[in-house]
Write a protein of this length. Structure first.
Length: 257
C-alpha cells in the first residue's frame, strides 16, 4: 500500500499499516524479549518500528515542518544540573496543524496497545497537549540533548534520521535514578547506575521510562543530522499528579497562546 497525500486519507491509511506491521514484527519471542529488556533497563529499542510504507511519508512530513518552522535553541537548565540543550525544535501546536501522520501515529490504537504491552501497563495520552509530540533536530557540530529526566512516565521516540554512531547522536541512559528538581544531581546519578548506550537507524523507535531513567543524546560531530519525533505517554498514576512542564515550554513552546 502506498500512502497517498491528503490529511484524511493519510490518517485512514496509517492505522491498518501499523496493525499489520506490528502483528508480524512485535509478537511472540520478540515481544517477550523486549518486555524483559524494558523491565531490566527501563529503555528498549523497537527496531524497524515504522512500517516501510510509512517511513518516507513521515520523514517528508517531519522534515518539511522542521525546515519551515524549526527554531534554534541553546540553553542550559539548572533544573537538570546545568546540562545543555543545543538543537532545533518544533512544538506541538505547529505539528498538530501541519503533521497529520505524526498526529495519527500518536493517537493510533495499535501504537498505544504495543507500548502498553512493552512496558507492562496501560498507557494514556499525555494530559498536557504540549507534550503529545515534538520534533527535534541535531544538525550542527556539538548539538546535543543533554542529560535529563522527564515529568511523565514514558517517552516514545520515533527516529526519522540518524547519524552513524561514530558521529555521535546515539542515546545513553542511566536507569533506576530519580529527578529532584530542587536539588538535581546528574553526576550522582552517573555514579549510582550503569550507563547504557544505544544506536538507532531511521525507522527505529525506542521507549524510555523517563521519570526514573536519566538519559541524553550524545553530541553529534561533523556534518551529520539526527531528526526525531518525541511522544510523551502517561501511566495511571501520572493522571493524578500535579505535573509542571518547565523544560518542554522553553524548548518547544508548550501549547502556545
Amino acid at each position: 500500500m502506498t500512502v497517498t497525500t491528503g490529511t484524511e486519507s493519510q490518517r485512514g491509511q496509517a492505522e491498518p499499516l501499523f496493525e499489520r506491521h506490528f502483528a508480524t514484527r512485535f509478537t511472540g519471542d520478540t515481544l517477550t524479549a523486549m518486555q524483559r529488556q524494558f523491565r531490566e533497563e527501563h529503555i528498549v529499542p523497537l527496531r524497524g518500528f515504522c512500517p516501510p510504507e510509512l517511513l518516507r511519508p513521515l520523514q517528508e512530513e517531519a522534515f518539511g515542518i522542521m525546515d519551515e518552522h524549526g527554531v534554534d535553541r541553546k540553553f542550559s537548565f539548572d533544573i537538570t544540573d546545568g546540562t545543555p540543550r543545543q538543537m532545533t525544535t518544533v512544538g506541538q501546536p505547529v505539528i498538530k496543524e501541519h503533521g497529520p501522520l505524526i498526529d495519527a501515529t500518536y493517537f493510533s490504537p495499535a501504537v498505544k496497545e504495543l507500548l502498553g504491552q512493552v512496558v507492562g501497563e496501560e498507557v494514556f495520552t499525555c494530559p498536557y497537549a504540549g507534550e503529545h509530540y515534538v520534533i527535534s533536530r541535531l544538525g550542527k557540530n556539538g548539538d546535543t540533548h543533554g542529560w535529563h529526566w522527564d515529568d511523565y512516565t514514558y517517552g516514545f521516540i520515533l527516529v526519522l534520521q540518524a547519524p552513524d554512531y561514530r558521529d555521535g547522536g546515539f542515546v545513553q541512559a542511566v536507569p533506576h535514578t530519580s529527578w529532584d528538581k530542587k536539588n538535581p544531581d546528574v553526576h550522582g546519578a552517573l555514579l549510582k547506575s550503569q550507563v547504557r548506550s544505544y544506536a538507532f537507524e531511521a525507522g527505529d523507535a525506542y521507549v524510555v521510562k523517563t521519570d526514573t531513567t536519566m538519559h541524553r543524546v550524545y553530541p553529534i560531530r561533523g556534518e551529520t543530522t539526527r531528526t526525531i519525533v518525541n511522544m510523551t505517554w502517561a501511566n495511571s498514576a501520572d493522571l493524578t499528579k500535579n505535573i509542571t512542564h518547565e523544560t518542554n515550554d522553553v524548548l518547544f513552546g508548550g501549547v502556545g497562546e
